[in-house]
Ligand binder design. Structure first.
Ligand code: SAM
Ligand code: DTB
Ligand code: SF4
Length: 321
């Protein structure tokens, strides 16, 4: 009997009960479900590139790229395509199978989409999967990205609907849900997750996962980010989340979305190898790989390769290989 039933009717009380399980019971349950759906020793490897950096009009309280905060970040316009393809080639040579391009936009202009489509086509031609995260999209822009061959669109809910206004005021939760629906309806794979460690409650973390798992179709990729605290942003100085609560969040996400790839995302540079190993055991099977996330540091590639070796983990490979 499989325990990996795909459900879309999760309620807060039962999710809080999962969170409250003894740690060993929770991880055993998550690992059991994980094994029913994936090779437990394979991890999908994505690399990130910031193709347009800083000067963003939004006020996301965690983000160094908002024009409203003094984070000391140097702004950069949209990168030339040849530089993007060089970065993708390097990521591929280092072992990444998916290349994710992020832009510090509230929403792209139509002419930006034309240039991003060229980047997507160039990266695909290298034999990599493609993902972009550009902010809110219109129907037409979503269709252009789909027609251009984009594999994944990343758009995070970030936190629960209740906690959201503590973090972001310049766009609504519903705006995010609308973009996610456009992406889903277009046939592009959905990459959607959030950030923990922003001062949210246990119930907020449960409600974020409920929003994701109760979508008509679960996101194919679910990035779980630990807040990277950045000097100058409003969330700098937030009380640190218990690392074991982060591991529990990975486990509960896996139990609720058994067939999704749960990505151990931002914050790995501040995590011990042992904590990351627990996250992989809890069902995380994707990472961001490469020395940089968008603007902040990620573990060095050599360190990650050594960690994979110590844990007997292998790259999940690419469907385009
Ligand atoms: N501007 C677009 C948007 O916000 O939709 C795309 C890029 S934005 C940087 C992508 C995601 O990165 C955010 O939704 C957030 O989840 C994550 N992120 C940004 N800053 C972060 C931080 N300091 N710590 C953890 N995650 C962060
Ligand atoms: C996601 O969920 N995390 C990534 C990716 N999607 C775009 C971004 C993390 C950003 C961390 C802060 C920075 O490097 O600027
Ligand atoms: Fe802008 Fe995205 Fe950063 Fe928000 S998360 S400030 S939208 S770059």
């Amino acid at each position: 009997m499989t325990s990996s039933v795909i459900r879309h009717d999760w309620q807060a009380a039962e999710v809080l009960d999962l969170y409250a399980l003894p740690f060993n019971d929770l991880l055993f349950k998550a690992q059991t479900i994980h094994r029913e759906n994936f090779n437990p020793n394979e991890v999908q490897i994505s690399s990130l590139l910031s193709i347009k950096t800083g000067s963003c009009s939004e006020d996301c309280g965690y983000c160094p790229q908002s024009a409203r905060y003094e984070s000391g970040l140097k702004s950069e316009p949209l990168m030339p395509i040849n530089e993007v393809l060089e970065a993708a080639q390097l990521a591929k040579s280092q072992g990444a199978t998916r290349f994710c391009m992020g832009a510090a936009w509230r929403k792209p202009k139509d002419k930006d989409i034309e240039r991003v489509v060229e980047m997507v086509q160039g990266v695909k031609a290298l034999g990599m999967e493609t993902c972009v995260t550009l902010g809110m999209l219109t129907d037409e822009q979503t269709e252009s990205l789909k027609a251009g061959g984009l594999d994944y669109y990343n758009h995070n809910l970030d936190t629960s609907e209740d906690y959201y206004s503590e973090v972001i005021t310049t766009r609504t939760y519903q705006d995010r849900l609308d973009t996610l629906e456009r992406v889903r309806n277009s046939g592009i794979n959905v990459c959607c997750g959030g950030i923990v460690g922003m001062g949210e409650s246990d119930l907020d973390r449960a409600n974020l996962l409920i929003q994701l798992a109760n979508m008509l179709q679960h996101p194919e990729s679910v990035p779980v980010n630990m807040l990277v605290q950045i000097e100058g942003t409003p969330l700098m100085g937030t009380e640190q989340l218990d690392p074991l609560m982060f591991v529990r969040t990975i486990a509960v996400a896996k139990i609720m979305m058994p067939k999704s790839r749960v990505r151990l995302s931002a914050g790995r540079n501040e995590m011990s190898d042992e904590m990351q190993a627990l996250c992989f055991f809890a069902g995380a099977n994707s990472i961001f790989y490469g020395d940089k996330l968008l603007t902040t540091d990620n573990p060095m590639t050599n360190h990650d390769l050594r960690l994979f070796d110590r844990l007997g983990l292998k790259s999940a490979g690419s469907s385009y290989a």
